[in-house]
Write a protein of this length. Structure first.
Length: 427
């Protein structure tokens, strides 16, 4: 290894796939891996996301071949075959995905042939090549959907009112459930049907129905472009990208208007919804004017959350941004520039310093170097460094280990009110 990363945020690609599949009803992952992968991949994402740790099938309940030395030397396909059959016999699932850990990836077991054997018998079993060394959990989100599009989805008759929401990653966004519910609530007010896939008891049936959508909406500055292009190529579904979580009235209204334009929605209805939602938010915010002192703030978060939180506190709440740390690896240069532009092009405030750092040592150095900051919004990893400053600290980005979230949101109109309440509660 040429470098060491202190306190990486999230797990390997297998961890990301596990969290995604476990969050959709009717799906059963099957691990072809060593005995530690089930718990470790679950703990890396689900175990650090506000107390919610078990999905439809996850953690220690995942079927696993528990590969040992024998399988490494002689191959593990026979053991995989019996494990898959056992999962089919035991789990009440509609579809099964074989996921390969690093061990299976190194020895090259032909897991696709095993999956095909069971499909020939009438079972929906698919294989995804997922050795953890391929990448991090964010990549796992894209790998999951690339394989679902390629292997599972079939064309459906178009529904001009149906939209799919992507980009808010289960568990990697601690507020994912509430954020998706709020986005769904807003879009349903516009007369749309909304697939979030991970909320409202949606299942693999909703995933299969996603090929009928009129529009794919990607809420993320850099994730999901390749799967969105696959949807367009295979099913003719256009897509739009809103680059960052919409938090508060300013950005959520911008988001609503972008969706409305893409679908040519009725302008009178759109204006009515925006007026009512903004009036609702501002009627509460005006009650708190002057209750929370002006703050100079810093944010440490994944790109999606960092954009949303920074822009809300600067644009809607008139705080002064000093620094924003993007705490996940961003691989493409144009994505880096887009994220910078989104954070620095603010309505009123002077642009903050934007730092890309996913090593905790470097992040701690950033915190130490900004002794004028009076508010830090970060993760459990940042709490210790923040404690040596005079700043107020709010644990609100991944990983979160000291709070419990069910359907709490920070996105949208109403989520921003919850986020503002959190600031007051943590004075």
């Amino acid at each position: 290894m040429s470098a060491i990363t202190e306190n990486p945020r999230g797990g390997c690609v297998l961890s990301g796939i596990n969290s995604n599949l476990a969050s959709i009803g009717g799906i059963c992952p099957i691990f072809h891996s060593g005995p530690g992968c089930c718990l470790q991949t679950s703990a890396a994402e689900q175990g650090q996301s506000g107390g919610k740790s078990i999905g439809y099938v996850s953690g220690s309940s995942i079927a696993c071949t528990n590969m040992l030395e024998k399988e490494v030397v002689f191959g593990g396909t026979n053991k995989l075959r019996t494990t898959v059959q056992g999962a089919i016999d035991i789990y009440d699932a509609k579809i099964f995905f074989i996921l390969t850990g690093c061990t299976a990836g190194i020895i090259g077991d032909d897991v696709e042939s095993i999956a095909q054997e069971f499909r020939d018998k009438g079972h929906e079993v698919y294989a995804i090549d997922t050795p953890g060394f391929h990448g991090d959990s964010n990549l796992g989100y894209e790998v999951t959907w690339n394989n679902i599009i390629d292997q599972v989805l079939q064309p459906r008759e178009k529904d001009e009112k149906l939209v799919n929401i992507f980009g808010i990653v289960p568990y990697h966004d601690p507020f994912w459930y509430g954020n998706l519910e709020e986005i769904r609530r807003i879009l349903e007010r516009l007369g749309l049907k909304v697939n979030t896939f991970y909320t409202n008891h949606q299942t693999i049936d909703d995933v299969k129905g996603s090929s009928a959508a009129a529009l794919n909406i990607v809420i993320n500055p850099w994730l999901f472009e390749k799967p969105a292009d696959k949807y367009k190529e295979k099913f003719g579904i256009p897509w739009i990208k809103y680059p960052g979580l919409p938090v508060g009235a300013t950005d959520t209204t911008e988001f609503v208007r972008q969706v409305a334009e893409a679908l040519s929605l009725d302008k009178e209805l759109v204006d009515k919804v925006i007026y009512e939602e903004e009036d609702y938010v501002y009627s509460f915010l005006e009650q708190a004017i002057g209750r929370l002192s002006w703050k100079r703030f810093g944010v440490i978060a994944d790109a999606n959350s960092a954009i949303g939180i920074t822009r809300y506190l600067a644009n809607d709440y008139s705080f002064t941004p000093k620094f924003t740390v993007i705490s996940e690896p961003i691989y493409r240069g144009h994505d880096v520039q887009l994220i910078k532009d989104r954070i620095t092009n603010l309505e009123y405030a002077k642009a903050p310093e934007v730092i890309f750092a996913f090593d905790q040592y470097k992040i701690n150095e950033v915190i130490k170097g900004h002794d004028d900051v009076t508010l830090i919004v970060g993760s459990a990893n940042d709490r210790e460094a923040a404690s040596y400053t005079e700043a107020q600290f709010l644990e609100a980005t991944f990983p979160v280990t000291t709070r419990l979230f069910f359907n709490r949101a920070i996105a949208g109109y109403r989520g921003s009110l919850t986020f503002t309440e959190d600031l007051y509660d943590n004075l």
